[in-house]
Design a protein. Structure first.
Length: 323
């Protein structure tokens, strides 16, 4: 098992700096949600997606399976595909198979997790006329590299699925879409998944399932800090807390300290004292309304060419064309 002594120095340095900054934040301690997805966290998230309470992923996949050909028919040609946060790529299969019936396609999954990239290549590597080139980079850096490497006349379809946009604060999410737009050319396309508002009880159950899988996923972040940064978090001393923020219209995931306790994180040169009931905010999931997505697209330089809403779970795929 990797420990913080044997991980690449750059990784340890970046992770440790983010942990130090987040846990020293005044008022509300935070940890960046991207660090939930190490190899263990990614496996736990795959399990979450199978839970009956978590309908988001199935809605995402249903829309892609049902409307893949319709979506592809709206795309310019030739076009290649870049995916921000591909995960294992299972849902992407529908788009790539529809495209492969029309042309040879390059698919560029962009992920910070090497295990996710490996799983993605295994999942999608056998599709005819599709070549996979993975980028182990943050979203915008990877997209910039893909965009700079394409031939003149090639278009890009950027996939940002699963409502990952919801992990951003609304203003930050809009800024992110604007940054994506700056990298793209007129005629390029973004397929954006967004989870929609629904009754609060349904939303809370999706992020606090009775089997405790989401709790294990959240607590694994502390386990990761122990493994990679040499910390001594007692995972039994924290509990998973999912809550609905009515004002911001978002689910928040927190880790609540069950008692007053001290934690040492050597790689971050940090000792932290937690009071009983104090929380670490680990993830947000903002929920949208369909018309909100259209307006956000227009403000960031896109035109909404198509919007598909799932009948079983309020979720939408949005085809946004660069103006």
């Amino acid at each position: 098992m990797l420990t913080y002594q044997t991980l690449p120095a750059r990784h340890v340095s970046e992770f440790a700096a983010a942990v130090r900054e987040g846990l020293l934040k005044p008022g509300q301690r935070e940890l960046p949600s991207k660090y939930l997805y190490d190899e263990v966290g990614s496996a736990l998230f795959e399990a979450i997606c199978l839970l009956p309470e978590y309908g988001l992923t199935r809605a995402d996949a249903r829309l892609l399976q049902t409307h893949a050909q319709e979506i592809v028919d709206l795309l310019p040609s030739p076009i290649h595909v870049a995916e921000l946060g591909s995960g294992t790529g299972k849902k992407t299969r529908w788009i790539l198979e529809a495209l492969s019936r029309r042309q040879r396609t390059y698919y560029f999954p962009i992920e910070i997790s090497p295990s996710a990239l490996a799983a993605c290549e295994k999942e999608l590597g056998q599709i005819d006329l599709v070549s996979i080139v993975g980028y182990e980079q943050p979203y915008l850096e990877g997209l910039q590299a893909v965009a700079q490497g394409r031939y003149e006349g090639d278009h890009l379809l950027v996939l940002f699925l699963g409502s990952t946009i919801g992990n951003f604060d609304r203003a930050a999410g809009e800024d992110f879409l604007g940054a994506v737009r700056e990298i793209l050319r007129p005629g390029d396309v973004l397929l954006l998944g967004t989870d929609l508002e629904k009754d609060v009880a349904t939303q809370l159950l999706a992020y606090n399932d009775p089997a405790g899988v989401t709790a294990a996923f959240n607590l694994n972040l502390l386990g990761r800090i122990n493994r990679e940064l040499g910390a001594d978090f007692d995972l039994a001393g924290f509990e998973h807390d999912a809550r609905w923020n009515y004002e911001e219209r978002r689910i928040e995931m927190h880790l609540r300290s069950m008692q007053r306790q001290s934690v040492k994180i050597p790689a971050a040169n940090l000792r932290v004292m937690f009071n009983q009931g104090e929380t670490i905010w680990t993830e947000s999931s903002h929920k949208y309304r369909p018309e909100e997505v259209v307006r956000m697209a227009e403000r960031t330089g896109f035109r909404c060419e198509g919007q598909w809403i799932d009948d079983e779970w309020a979720f939408t795929q949005n085809l946004l064309v660069v103006e």
